[in-house]
Design a protein around this ligand. Sequence first.
Ligand code: G6P
Length: 609
Amino acid sequence: MCGIFAYTGNKGKDAGGILLDGLLSLEYRGYDSAGIFTPESGSIKTPGAVAELRKKVPKEFAGKSGIAHLRWATHGEPTEKNAHPHSSGDGEIWVVHNGIIENFKELKHGLEKKGHVFLSDSDTEILPHLVEEHLKHTKDFEKAALAALNELRGTYGIAMQYKGEPDKLIAARMGSPIVLGLGNGEHFIASDPSPILPHTKQVVFLEDGDVAVITPEGHGIKKLDSSNVSRATTEIDWNAEEAQKGGHEHFMLKEMMEMPEVVENTLRGRLIADKGLAKLGGLEEVAKQLEGIERIIIVACGTAYYAGLVGEYMLEEHAGIPVEVELGSEFRYRSPVLNQRTAVLAISQSGETIDTLEAVREGKRKGALTLGIVNTVGSTIARETDAGVYNHAGPEIGVASTKAFVSQLVVLALLAIFLGRQRGMSEKQGKEIAKELKALPKKIQSILDKHTSVEALAKKYVGSRDFLFIGRKYNMPIAYEGALKLKELSYIHAEGCGAGEMKHGPIAMIDEVFPTFAIASADAVYEKMLSNIHEIRARKGPVVALATEGADTRVEELVQDVIYVPKTIEMLAPILNAVPLHLFAYYFSREKGYNPDRPRNLAKSVTVE
Ligand code: G6P
């Protein structure tokens, strides 16, 4: 998820200033590198965010038009060379891009054969080269851009510029949002309306497959097949902050609403569904070594630790590898027994959590293979591990991890297929998991669509001072996660426990004002969960149940409230069950008048011990 901003106008010569100001309001979308281009002044790029770029851009960075970008790396490290804009070999075409071009390796290979030389590791760089190639034949920027876009597979939000026609900018959208700003004598392209709003409130949201041309005077939109299309103009009455949150009240809600897209991004290009295989490019180099691994130790903190606990069930059941899960903060102070046949797998959204990082270092010192499931490309854990898998979840701003958690579970499921197929998982089983993984985005969407009923539930229970969360097997860690989210955002006592452990302590707390959230998916331990719910009800404890749509209805008769989630296979149920629990914690906190994005005393990334 990167930030794009582009401008063309006939009002003066300060495109540089306009672009830099605009990038600032897009910083929440990415901040590992930044870059700007105007035909008059050329391009400047830098690792870091807008402040770094500002330092490098001279006061006189003139231009009547230009394109700019903030990067959240997906391909290639966050270095100056990989920062956008990228240009064609002749320096005539300049492109900024948000998304992932899946077939970039094939396209790059074809272009190299024609003599094109590439300067970066970025998938984006192939696009200006492709346009350059088409321009040789068509001699028409718009036609060349359309032809090049038709060759791409993957997702993109794009702005591009040709030095030969500096007033004209081309935008395109496939899966990554693009909005046009329609001003008076000036037009804009951006990833969201926030950088446009100081200039105009009139915007046009592009749809997938749209290619737009803007000039200072106007705009036109075509489909990829070059037929004309018109899109409605919308008047935006959000302020800039609301625009960053996509019109949602908080980043946390926006990030939860992004979950279907995040799961798609996490899976993109990684499933060979018809063969029941997972393709994890970041593990290719160590694939042979992984075949000989006898034990995996997952290290993580907070919500990522709970993802690790689910991963333990997935990997043991489906890959047959013994797995232990350790808190980073404990692992590093123990004397873990490791050897070359042990893999230490760190899970971290930020890639900077100090305890997880130190656990990786301890693993390295003791000769283990170190792996990462990390969201932030180029972060310390990503750099220091031997190999790994990126989440592609985009930046997460809400302090409490939501979309990254879901993405971590998806990567763990991919890893279970990857390692499982190395160790005797049948093709049939691989195919079944792959099929269910592909169905997740729609199922998550259907849960999100019912967010108002979760909101109503949060309102009903908002007076509670305590909450118990119970679950079994795959859903025990989800009970922990539900409790963590509620306590950290609402400052009430919430406790997660394995339902079987309830009788060893927690049930003593239950009375008529102490509610329980019971995760009662229709799985191998469903009957046991029903018994646990009976035990709570016998002590007059109110129960909210998470149950499986279209399955057994006995749970409904037992409890006060039920949230139904769609059916999936047992190992993936935690992914669906996390969604209503995150929504519940969000609405509960909001109902209590707190800011769920910034829970007190907590930080997004804990880089001190
Ligand atoms: C903080 C955040 C959590 C996160 C944890 C681990 O406590 O609030 O949401 O799960 O750190 O962070 P990491 O970046 O390593 O996943």
